[in-house]
Design a protein around this ligand. Structure first.
Ligand code: ATP
Ligand code: MG
Length: 562
């Protein structure tokens, strides 16, 4: 059973969408389930999209149905092929396979054009020459009905002729548009003669310069679903008011499929942003290093940070599927990540702020090889070799000249356990001219490997690396991207960026087993957190580790025996 099967098989909790589908299948209204995930290729996918992906692909899998991946590419100005490539990769990485080939709304441009002609022929669409500005004025407001366009009663033949000339490129951008003839008095503004086609002399990523008129998203979306035979069009709440319009289009064209649209609430996550437009701003302004910067809530950013697809799916499962607008705490996501990594991340020792330790009673040239468990609870993961030698490094934070009883690390005159190795006692230390402690002079107790010391106690366990058998590495400590829970509500969300969201340590010391790590390998650096080998830097042969998430559990839980 694959990773994915485990999360999706049978155990998927029911929700209102499943209840609707169950009823449709029971009543015979539907005999199968076909869904789709329809991103616009105008940016990378974020954690919110992951929700839509899990719902659409998850439902298709549970009902032995299909889920299409379709790029809703009706806006040539903002779309890029690179985004489309990244999106497809992200969907696959999350563990989902789409039905057949990737689809594009642009594949249906010719069909959409004929449907528009059909609407004109039926007298329910017209070519309008109001400027954008005028159209806005005529549209009315939430409290005021709209006014009919003076071009509304143009005859069918003239409309057909003008629409052909629009396609032929005879008009300039924004001067003329095709509109549906519905109801300027409708309380739903979406129904007030919405634009169906507009002129845009722009190059399209798939159709090149074949078109200078493009269908609007509203016209395209529902019809594309119908063309693909989608049974249940699952989307977020902001499309609820568009549903009557999608239904109107389908009722007025000749097509035999009529998908049912069901809306659910968007996923919002505290301390971050879920809007491609705003994420793009972070990239463009150089606040992050690209869309897949590990601080970004993008799928590729989370991947680079060391989150696994299983952890992300688990998190999405926990957020549930409802119509209630909600914002989820970051801790919920981080807990899913910790839970996932706790079982599978091998342990390693890394010293972030190295402080030299000399073991005064240890022979100069001697090096001891110690087999240390890769995982304390999982023997099958085996062991790795660590090396004990005269010169070691511990973390600067793990030593104090004097301390109270609560400090369970190394203090002058006291003993501490070196994780997986001996108990050492600090006898003296060396300070530089500025008064910084630069070296500890310690004795080791040779009878304490895997045994408690006799006649005295070691206070706590600290991690360490050998001086001769360790390597320098870069460690990037990531923190929340925003200081405040809801940056999207700020006038300028950029001001809320956490200035300490990235700290780079370039002289960390890592144990030798990490030299063999491969890009994207994840580890628990004992006492420090979960880290992953950066996928790009590692490929270039550099040792760079990204902090995935901090540890929840304190070191206190590890037995004093080491
Ligand atoms: P953005 O504002 O980030 O551009 P979008 O909704 O415009 O988001 P699309 O590419 O059009 O992005 O979205 C593809 C699908 O993902 C849509 O069906 C949309 O409803 C869904 N989606 C987008 N954001 C979220 C979210 N935060 N939670 C759940 N689903 C989402
Ligand atoms: Mg969009």
């Amino acid at each position: 059973m694959s990773d994915l099967d485990k999360t999706n098989s049978g155990s998927t909790p029911t929700n209102f969408i499943r209840n609707i589908i169950n009823k449709d299948l029971e009543s015979g209204k539907r005999t199968s389930v076909a869904t789709r995930f329809p991103p616009e290729p105008n940016g990378f996918l974020h954690i919110g999209h992951a929700k839509s992906i899990c719902i659409n692909f998850g439902i298709a899998a549970d009902y032995q149905g299909t889920c299409n991946l379709r790029f809703d590419d009706t806006n040539p100005a903002k779309e890029e092929s690179a985004y489309a490539v990244a999106i497809a990769k992200d969907v696959q990485w999350l563990g989902f396979n789409w039905n057949g080939e990737i689809r594009h709304s642009a594949d249906y441009f010719e069909k959409l054009y004929s449907f528009a002609e059909e609407l004109i022929s039926k007298g329910v669409a017209y070519v309008c020459e109001l400027s954008m500005e005028q159209m806005r004025e005529y549209r009315g407001t939430l409290t005021e009905v709209g006014k009919n366009s003076p071009f509304r009663e143009r005859c069918i033949e003239d409309n057909l002729g003008l629409f052909k000339r629009m396609r032929a490129g005879e008009f300039e951008d924004g001067t003329i548009a095709l509109r549906a003839k519905i109801d300027m008095g409708s309380p739903n503004i979406n129904m007030r003669d919405p634009v169906i086609y507009r002129i845009k002399k722009a190059h399209h990523i798939r159709t090149g310069d074949a078109w200078c008129i493009y269908p609007t998203y509203d016209f395209t979306h529902g019809i594309s679903d119908a063309i693909e035979g989608i049974t249940h069009s699952l989307c977020t709440l902001e499309f609820e008011d568009h549903r009557p319009l999608y239904n109107w289009f389908l009722d007025n064209i000749t097509i035999d499929c009529h998908p049912q649209q069901i809306e659910f609430s968007r996923l919002n996550l505290e301390h971050t942003i879920t809007s491609k437009r705003k994420l793009n701003q972070l990239v463009v302004e150089g606040i992050v290093d690209g869309w897949d910067d590990p601080r970004m809530p993008t799928i590729s950013g989370m991947r680079r940070r060391g989150y696994s697809p299983a952890a992300i799916r688990d998190f999405i499962g926990r957020t549930g599927v409802t119509k209630k607008v909600h914002t989820v705490e970051m801790t919920l996501l981080e807990n899913s990540v910790r839970e996932d990594l706790g079982d599978k991340a091998p342990r390693a020792m890394v010293v972030l702020k190295p402080l030299k330790v000399t073991i005064t009673n240890y022979p100069e040239e001697k090096v001891e090889e110690i087999a240390a468990a890769r995982h304390p609870q999982n023997e099958s993961m085996g062991t790795r070799k660590i090396y004990f030698s005269k010169t070691l490094f511990i973390d600067q934070e793990d030593f104090r000249e004097s301390a109270n009883k609560k400090y369970k690390r190394l203090v002058q005159g006291k003993a501490v356990r070196l994780r997986n190795a001996y108990v050492i006692t600090c006898e003296d230390f060396v300070k530089d001219e500025q008064g910084n402690i630069v070296e500890l002079l310690c004795r080791y107790d040779e009878n304490t490997l895997g045994k408690n010391p006799e006649g005295y106690k070691a206070k706590g366990v600290i991690h360490w690396v050998s001086g001769s058998h360790s390597k320098l590495a870069t460690v990037r400590l990531y923190d929340r991207l925003f200081n405040i829970a809801n940056p999207a509500a700020e006038d300028n969300f950029i001001d809320a960026v956490n200035p300490d969201c990235l700290q780079i340590i370039d002289n960390a010391r890592v144990e030798l087993s990490l030299v063999e790590s491969k890009p994207e390998d994840v580890f628990q650096f004992e006492r420090e957190g979960y880290f992953c080998a950066d996928r790009y830097e590692h490929e270039r042969g550099k040792l760079v580790f990204n902090r995935t998430v901090t540890l929840r559990d304190s070191w206190a839980k590890i037995e004093a025996k080491g």
